[in-house]
Design a protein around this ligand. Structure first.
Ligand SMILES: Nc1ncnc2c1ncn2[C@@H]1O[C@H](COP(=O)(O)OP(=O)(O)OP(=O)(O)O)[C@@H](O)[C@H]1O
Length: 275
């Protein structure tokens, strides 16, 4: 929950006057171009970055004070091939063994890890060293680690980055299932709304020091994004997917970090976005 929240670095204001209640069981997406403040928004919720003004509460307490209530899925990053850690060891790091007596601890941790591996579909590679896993396999483990304590709030920082379409869908579905089963609130930072479009209840769109909040239908519109960016941005829907063309800083929702296609290419790109 944010009240009158503002965040500025020097003279640059990322947002101000932000009032927000994210409800239990809500799937909340944070969108915006590079540098708009998406990661900073998550850092505020994690208690790692103080607001310039206003207040931030997470799970009913000041941000950063209730570690076990908050799960965190980081951006996808690989491990060096020689890291001596197996898949199940990574998941075990998320399991709090201290709740059990010392005699039963090891056995209980092992069975909690087995359950989590099964839940994210990672049992078959439980004993594989993490440095040998693909991005998608690794990201499933990070979800398992984050959901180990059944957190009330699940904060996800671009967890789909660098994953192929199949794995994007798999990981998004896992996160949504956890939301549905436990009533956790999900805050999901992303450049690209399409992989999670089926799940998203509301969007916070950050751009140019301003923001809009609402359902994807309310926010992902030509007039709203044009107003936010201060220039003409076209939003279309093609076969249930959202395509944004004309973003001023050459970022696009079609591909991460690629330049905006020229007029001739854009029809092809729209097609490509479907695949
Ligand atoms: N600690 C800091 N001190 C000064 N400026 C910062 C600090 N942290 C972030 N910024 C600036 O705030 C802006 C927003 O950064 P942030 O990482 O939140 O953006 P983002 O939307 O997550 O971007 P990206 O999509 O590129 O990851 C950037 O211009 C960044 O340089």
């Amino acid at each position: 929950m944010l009240r009158g929240a503002s965040l500025a670095f020097g003279t640059r204001t990322l947002w101000s006057g932000l009032d927000l209640d994210i409800k239990p069981g809500e799937f909340f997406a944070v969108l915006g171009p590079n540098g708009s403040g998406k990661t900073s928004f998550l850092k505020v919720l994690l208690g790692l970055l103080p607001l310039t003004s206003g207040s931030a509460n997470v799970a009913g307490h000041a941000a950063g004070t209730r570690g076990r209530d908050v799960g965190y899925v980081p951006q996808q990053k690989g491990f060096p091939t020689d890291v001596p850690l197996r898949a199940r060891d990574l998941v075990a790091l998320g399991v709090d063994g201290h709740q059990w007596g010392i005699r039963v601890r090891r056995r209980k941790v092992e069975s909690a890890v087995d359950e989590l591996l099964g839940r994210v579909g990672a049992s078959s590679y439980a004993k594989v060293p993490v440095g040998q896993l693909s991005g998608g396999e690794l990201q499933r483990l990070r979800v398992a680690q984050a959901i180990a304590g059944s957190p009330r709030v699940l904060l996800c920082d671009e967890p789909l980055l660098a994953l192929d379409l199949n794995h994007q869908q798999g990981v998004s579905a896992l996160i949504d299932r956890q939301r549905a089963e436990t009533g956790a609130a999900v805050v999901f930072v992303t450049h690209e709304i399409n992989p999670i479009l089926d799940y998203v209840d509301r969007v916070l769109y950050l751009a140019e020091g301003q923001f809009r909040v609402g359902s994807p239908e309310e926010v992902m519109r030509t007039e709203i994004l044009s107003e936010l960016y201060g220039s003409r941005v076209e939003v279309s829907r093609i076969h249930g997917r959202i395509v944004v063309v004309g973003l001023p800083d050459a970022t696009t929702h079609l591909h991460h970090g690629h330049a905006l296609p020229s007029e001739d290419e854009s029809a092809e790109e729209k097609e490509g976005a479907e695949r």
